[in-house]
Design a protein around this ligand. Structure first.
Ligand SMILES: NC(=O)c1ccc[n+]([C@@H]2O[C@H](COP(=O)([O-])OP(=O)(O)OC[C@H]3O[C@@H](n4cnc5c(N)ncnc54)[C@H](O)[C@@H]3O)[C@@H](O)[C@H]2O)c1
Length: 440
């Protein structure tokens, strides 16, 4: 039996601060408000609908996760954010075109009050967008300080007892780690000196941590995935997690990939192509932003298949990912996967997957769960990288040198065992021999 961790109660309001009031975040906010009013069900959310098995299978103990661990209630959530356009959350949701106008009409009053604060934005990092509603500070450190002032003001004005920040803004261009990212002092100097390798998302992460606010990165940007920010999180005892919400095609890959691997079916090639027409698609039409996304998407399969251990099955696999901006699709993304696989004696077979998905509908419950779980982690005095939240990410952040786990089923076991561990319940290893030994 593990000991039960001391977890502070989830008392008072939890403010969820979101850089980027776009398709994902407004679908999340609207859905949460709708669930709160009984206008819709939070489908896909583990914190709202998930059950967890405790003890032996014969005990039949399967409480709801929100009854098992002390999570913030939906009624205690308050939303705020920043965007480069001044549209309020209702206008942004209408523009995103994900949710029905009839549903949004019922939520108009509450969503209109969510006015974005002026963003920290740099066109160099998102080439396909122009910022109009942005801060104009002299240095990147000044920008970070302005964000800190926003965070503090929001907390006071909304009477929040706790905050979390979750990045739902556009994908930034690919940035290689450099010396300034490796050390907190160098990083802070670089903020003062307007170093070009400090992205806006890093300033948001820095500001959040300086305020003791947990930070989650929903995009594939480097952001908090650098030693300077990890050190800051550990030093200030604040949890962080990332990166890149696992939805759509990659979700399918992490469901199919482990299945094929488990049966030791070989793969010659996996070609993935996507068309999407929302603003995210427009941003990813830029080569720099696409490169960031591509790196995040490609790493998934390599880790699941362990080609070094199974060279005859996966070493030669050709893996390609394409994303194309196609405006008529709007937020309804369509993806095609062609898998060339082989089995017994090398005989070849094919699998075709045509997924007509709504990215933001898949992302919204992920945002909700991450906000509630990272707040739980903070109240349980967990700090730094929260690998147990890998379940929700395309590129889970881990300690340097530690292979991330991409298999969604292993990730789920890890998440559930972390919750059991926090609450002093036995971990479940699925051995199950004890049932038979007791019989004899
Ligand atoms: N939709 C999904 O399923 C999914 C999955 C994984 C990751 N993501 C990532 O989540 C992010 C949001 O996706 P989306 O579909 O909502 O995109 P979106 O384009 O609809 O919204 C992004 C918003 O961020 C704003 N923005 C850009 N830079 C900003 C800055 N520096 N500060 C504040 N706001 C800024 C934009 O104006 C826009 O309103 C993207 O990075 C995307 O790659 C989405």
């Amino acid at each position: 039996m593990n000991y039960k961790k001391h977890i502070q109660a989830a008392q008072g309001k939890l403010g969820i601060l979101i850089p980027g009031l776009g398709a994902v975040s407004t679908t999340f906010i609207a859905g949460t408000l709708a669930a709160r009013k009984g206008l819709g069900q939070p489908i896909g959310s583990i914190t709202q609908m998930g059950k967890i098995r405790l003890g032996k299978r014969t005990e039949n103990r399967n409480p709801a996760i929100h009854d098992f661990v002390p999570l913030a209630s939906l009624n205690d959530l308050v939303f705020g954010g920043w965007d480069i356009t001044p549209d309020n959350a209702w206008e942004a949701a209408m523009n995103a075109g994900v949710l029905d106008h009839a549903l949004l009409a019922d939520l108009k009053e509450e969503m209109e009050t969510i006015q974005p604060m002026k963003a920290v934005f740099d066109h160099e990092f998102v080439k396909n967008l122009e910022g109009e509603h942005i801060k104009h500070e002299k240095t990147k450190m000044d920008s970070a300080k302005a964000l800190i002032a926003d965070i503090e003001k929001f907390k006071t004005e909304n009477n929040c007892s706790r905050l979390v920040m979750i990045w739902c803004a556009s994908t930034e261009i690919y940035v290689e780690q450099q010396a300034i990212h490796h050390d907190l002092l160098l990083f802070e100097k670089a903020l003062e000196n307007n170093h070009p390798a400090i992205a806006p998302s890093m300033m948001y992460a820095y500001a959040a941590l300086k305020c003791g606010v947990p930070f989650v990165n929903g995009a594939p940007n480097l952001t908090c995935d650098v030693p300077a920010i990890v050190d800051l999180a550990n030093e200030l005892k604040v949890p962080i997690a990332g990166k890149d919400f696992k939805t759509g095609q990659t979700l399918m890959k992490t469901i199919l990939g482990p299945g094929l691997k488990t049966r030791l079916i070989g793969i010659d090639g996996w070609f993935s192509t996507n068309i999407l027409g929302n603003r995210d698609g427009k941003v990813l039409d830029d080569a720099g932003s696409f490169k960031t996304k591509e790196v995040s998407k490609l790493s998934v399969l390599e880790s699941i298949l362990e080609a070094d251990l199974y060279p005859e099955l996966y070493k030669e696999m050709y893996h390609k990912v394409r994303i194309n901006y196609y405006p008529p699709k709007g937020d309804d993304k369509e993806s095609w996967d062609n898998l060339d696989i082989f089995g017994w004696l090398g005989y070849k077979m094919q699998i075709k997957v045509n997924f007509l998905c709504k990215d933001s509908i898949l992302a919204a419950p992920v945002v909700l769960d991450l906000a509630l779980f990272i707040d739980l982690a903070h109240r349980a005095q967990m700090k730094g990288i929260q690998e147990w939240l890998s379940f929700y990410f395309k590129s889970p952040q881990t300690l340097p040198g530690l292979q991330p786990m991409h298999d969604i089923f292993l990730q789920k076991i890890k998440l559930e065992n972390t919750l059991r561990h926090l609450m002093g319940e036995n971990l479940i290893n699925h051995l199950g021999l004890d049932y038979y030994e007791e019989e004899q």
